[in-house]
Ligand binder design. Structure first.
Ligand SMILES: Cc1ncc(COP(=O)(O)O)c(C=O)c1O
Length: 421
């Protein structure tokens, strides 16, 4: 039977969202190697390489540094499952969807969660964070997202770590979107548990969560009165496999780790500094274009925003038209058609052209912009942005009678993410 596993209509898509990102050939090739045993000494060498490379990229000397099987959310669960004991006071600074998720996960593992919410798109000020920490006695854990994907905001981790370091508090940082895209210094910033994902700035497919634990975190875990409630994510058991003893825990996703190892090598070959500069350069180029349009930035300009992920607000002037275009995009996704976006609105086509040109695609925007199709999630965000008043994903897709209406989260988003890298 003919296989459709090389169907270019599926596999040539350009990924423009906040992840997954397109995967380099080298990584795909590494993943297609013959599978070997997760207990093969050659495989242990690869695990050692991964740990060493991760240490360089996390900028840490933490011995316990490896990749959890599972996506970024598995890293989040691993952080809270291991560190939280019943009723541990856990302060979460939340500035978007993933901050909210942290608070939810922490409460599921028995934490007494204090969630401090910031208006989406706004950054926490270090002074207000210090005051909040001081106003809560017996805090055991402070958690925050470094780069909030849902808004494009960057939070002041260095200053927060500096403040927490001398206290008996464990500092957890989500760096799913920031890792290898913008500076992150686990040891210098006194971060105790830091986790990421593979499908963002690393350009590896989703499926692993690199994580690192400080001695301070491991000591708290050692003193637990009760077992970690998750067997799969129990760091004590995982260390027995990833560190010297090499005791079987679960079957490691061998080929995924081949690809991950290649992704880390590519990153180190380019060099972190060069990588950060590349993002900054593209970001500046992108921002300059945005400034010449009626679009505005979702993250308040006076605060730092992410160079590798942009959130923009659509101008009023093109909302109606953009809404119509979005619905056509969604229909095309549903019908699996290719799509040519033809818009009389020069500003809109110029914006999309500029965006595509970051990938070397130079559309003929005199006629329209050929837009490659990407998964519906992106269009969902766009559609939500276009509806006036409170909008939920379910509502948008119900309007369209789209089957995804039954499976999307019922949360509200007010902006549109563009990712120029
Ligand atoms: C900041 C942040 N944290 C956590 C996650 C969850 O990661 P995953 O979807 O890989 O489970 C994401 C995913 O986009 C994220 O952006």
């Amino acid at each position: 039977m003919e296989s459709d596993s090389n169907d270019p209509a599926i596999f040539s898509k350009l990924l423009l969202g906040p992840g997954p990102s397109n995967v380099p050939e080298r990584i795909l090739k590494a993943m297609s190697n013959n599978c070997i045993s997760h207990l093969d000494p050659d495989f242990f060498e690869i695990l050692d390489q991964i740990s060493e490379n991760l240490k360089q990229l996390f900028k840490t000397n933490n011995k316990t540094t490896f990749a959890i099987s599972g996506t970024g959310s598995a890293g989040m669960e691993a952080a809270f499952a291991n560190i939280i004991e019943k009723d541990d006071k856990t302060l979460v600074f939340s500035s978007g969807l993933f901050g909210n998720r942290m608070a939810d996960v922490a409460s599921r593992y028995g934490g007494k969660v204090i969630e401090i919410k910031k208006q989406w798109g706004k950054n926490f000020r270090i002074e207000e964070m210090k005051e909040t920490i001081d106003s809560h006695k017996d805090l055991k854990i402070v958690a925050i997202v470094h780069a909030e994907t849902s808004t494009g905001s960057l939070q002041p981790i260095k200053e927060l770590g500096e403040y927490i370091k001398s206290r008996d508090i464990i500092f957890i940082v989500d760096c799913v979107t920031s890792f290898t895209g913008i500076n992150l210094e686990v040891d210098n910033w006194s971060i105790d548990i830091c986790y990421s994902g593979t499908q963002k700035c690393l350009n590896v497919p989703p499926g692993l969560s690199p994580i690192t634990f400080s001695e301070k975190a491991l000591n708290k875990i050692k003193k637990r009165k009760e077992k970690v409630t998750s067997w799969y994510l129990d760091i004590n058991l995982l260390r027995n496999y990833h560190e010297e003893s090499r005791i079987y825990h679960h079957t490691a996703p061998v080929n995924m780790l081949f690809g991950f190892n290649e992704g880390l090598k590519i990153c180190l070959e380019e060099g972190l500094q060069a990588r950060f500069s590349r993002h900054q350069k593209v970001s500046k180029y992108f921002d300059d274009i945005v400034k010449s349009t009626d679009f505005s930035f979702f993250v308040d300009k006076e605060y730092e925003s992410l160079p590798m992920l942009k959130s923009l607000v659509l101008p009023e002037s093109i909302r109606d038209e953009a809404l119509a275009i979005t619905f056509r995009m969604i229909s095309a996704v549903r019908d699996n058609q290719s799509l040519v976006l033809i818009s009389p609105n020069r500003k809109l086509t110029r914006m999309v052209s500029a965006y595509l040109s970051n990938w070397g695609i130079v559309p003929d925007d005199s006629a329209g912009v050929p837009l490659q199709l990407t998964p519906p999630g992106r269009f969902l965000r766009l559609a939500l942005n276009l509806l006036k008043g409170p909008a939920t994903a379910t509502r948008v897709f119900s309007l369209l009678k789209h089957p995804i209406a039954h499976s999307v989260e019922n949360y509200r988003v007010d902006h549109l993410n563009f990712v120029p890298f």
